[in-house]
Design a protein around this ligand. Structure first.
Ligand code: ADP
Length: 470
């Protein structure tokens, strides 16, 4: 059963429940019907018996010696499908109606005993073993004495026939109703589950490697919601697979460039004997490329460990105003070669909870970029202000800038703008990804404002440890 399809199971469950309900319903219907019919017959027998008893009293208790007297006494009974008998107090028949004249239906001991104590008795018997009849034995008393026992009877054949017909109809109709309902459920379940087959088919295609597959759905029901959740999940998977592919391609490309340079320079140096200075130059250039490769590998390692949640970030109070002043001192050295001056703008006292070492690394990365992408003799300005419950650290330069379209990508791994590649070849494209990770690990965020050709301002927002009022 557990291997059967939901459609089969639903149909079987529904069918079994329906069969059970039908059995209960038809049994109850049969019982209620037969009870009601019997009650009706008993009531009419009782009415007839009472009417007869009244007539007997009017005749001062008989005796009825002639059938004509009887017919006259009970004209209403003669019209009905009833027969009646009058027994003496000893139980012997003294008179009976014409429709039973030739037959004998003796008084039962139970009815006689009950009559002696003044009680009426209902009995069901089979006349001549086949005709079902219902009998009412009704005592007729004069004072304390039992004068007669009046028995009124009627055939139950029509009732029995009616009940047989009912059973027949129920026995034929119920299985037909169950079969028709099960067919309906089979059809409806098939319709309701059709989207599930579509999901399975799509999932199979996706499993076979085609991540572009989506489930076509417009309905908003449970299955529709499942399908759109499934589609969202596949879209995210597709995006991350694409990212991974792009990432591997970018990583190998970025590592291959310095390797090609090292190989080329080494081959060139070895092609013919050279002066010690030329070897030295070649080795120095190779060392530079090795350094760059080293940086890429280290940064990649950092990011992959960050992805795995292996990087621990301390949570100590950090005085950002002191930190920014120290970074400015280091930036003076960074900008010396290109004569880029780094100054301090407005610096407000601000304290955050975090990892001083990582925050310094993030800030230095931004200052390094600002110096790198500044023009010769440009300026970089660092500032720190409080805005509400956030500390805003800004690094502003007047360098090459970033176009609005590219601003959305610069935090992606290995992404470098064309202007940056033309301006400075040896970047890794990983620094800003690391900055973003550090800012977010401190429950903050990083944002950029920039105009191409005019300069950029990177701002890090971090939650303050103390509110500005304190
Ligand atoms: P890179 O090693 O290339 O600087 P980053 O991840 O630090 O890598 O920066 C990614 C890209 O963002 C850079 O290649 C450059 O295109 C752009 N960028 C970052 N900082 C600046 C800046 N101050 N001015 C202009 N472009 C910048």
């Amino acid at each position: 059963m557990s291997n059967a399809s939901i459609r089969v199971r639903l149909t079987i469950w529904y069918g079994s429940a329906l069969v059970l309900i039908m059995i209960l319903f038809t049994s109850a219907l049969y019982l209620v019907m037969s009870r009601a019919l019997q009650d009706q017959i008993d009531r009419s027998l009782e009415e007839a018996a009472k009417a007869a008893a009244r007539s007997l009293e009017e005749h001062r208790f008989g005796p009825f010696l002639l059938l004509d007297d009887l017919a006259q006494a009970f004209p209403e009974l003669a019209l009905l499908d009833k027969f009646f008998q009058i027994f003496g107090p000893g139980g012997q028949v003294t008179l009976q109606s014409a429709n039973i004249l030739t037959q004998e239906i003796p008084l039962s001991q139970t009815a006689l005993k009950a009559a002696l104590v003044g009680q009426a008795t209902f009995e069901s018997v089979r006349f001549q073993e086949e005709i079902p009849i219902r009998l009412l034995s009704y005592p007729i008393r004069h004072g304390e004495n039992l004068v007669n026992i009046l028995r009124v009877g009627t055939s139950l054949r029509s009732v029995e026939e009616m009940l047989h017909r009912l059973i027949f109809v129920l026995l034929v109709a119920s299985p037909l109703a169950v079969a028709a309902s099960m067919l309906g459920v089979w059809f409806l379940a098939g319709r309701a589950l059709r989207p599930v087959d579509a999901i399975t088919l799509t999932a199979q295609r996706i499993a076979a490697g085609d991540l572009t597959q989506r489930i076509q759905t417009r309905s908003k029901d449970e299955i529709g919601r499942l399908a759109s959740t499934f589609n969202d999940m596949i879209a995210r998977l597709e995006a991350s697979f694409r990212q991974i592919r792009q990432f591997s391609a970018d990583a190998s490309h970025e590592l291959r460039t310095p390797l090609t340079i090292i190989k080329g320079e080494t081959e060139l140096a070895l092609r013919k004997p050279r002066s010690p200075e030329m070897y030295r130059e070649a080795l120095e250039s190779n060392l530079e490329e090795i350094d760059r490769m080293n940086r890429i590998v280290e940064e990649l390692l950092f990011l992959s460990r960050a992805d795995l949640g292996e990087i621990k970030v301390a949570s100590d109070p950090v005085q950002l105003d002191s930190l920014i002043q120290e970074v400015q001192q280091q930036a003076i050295v960074l900008g010396q070669d290109r004569q880029v001056e780094t100054t301090l703008g407005r610096v407000e006292p601000a304290q955050v909870l975090g990892d001083e070492w990582r925050l310094r690394e993030m800030l230095l990365n931004l200052v390094d970029n600002a110096v790198k992408y500044s023009r010769h003799t440009g300026t970089v300005q660092l500032s720190l202000v409080r805005d509400g419950n956030m500390a805003c650290l800004s690094v502003r330069d007047h360098g090459i800038g970033i176009s609005p379209e590219e601003q959305g990508h610069i935090f992606d791994r290995f992404y470098r703008t064309d202007a940056a590649r033309a301006h400075f070849q040896k970047g890794t494209g990983l620094g800003l990804s690391i900055c973003k990770w550090i800012a977010e690990a401190h429950h903050g965020r990083i944002q950029v404002e920039s105009i191409l050709g005019q300069g950029s301002c990177f701002t890090i927002l971090l939650p303050l440890l103390t509110s500005p009022a304190t």
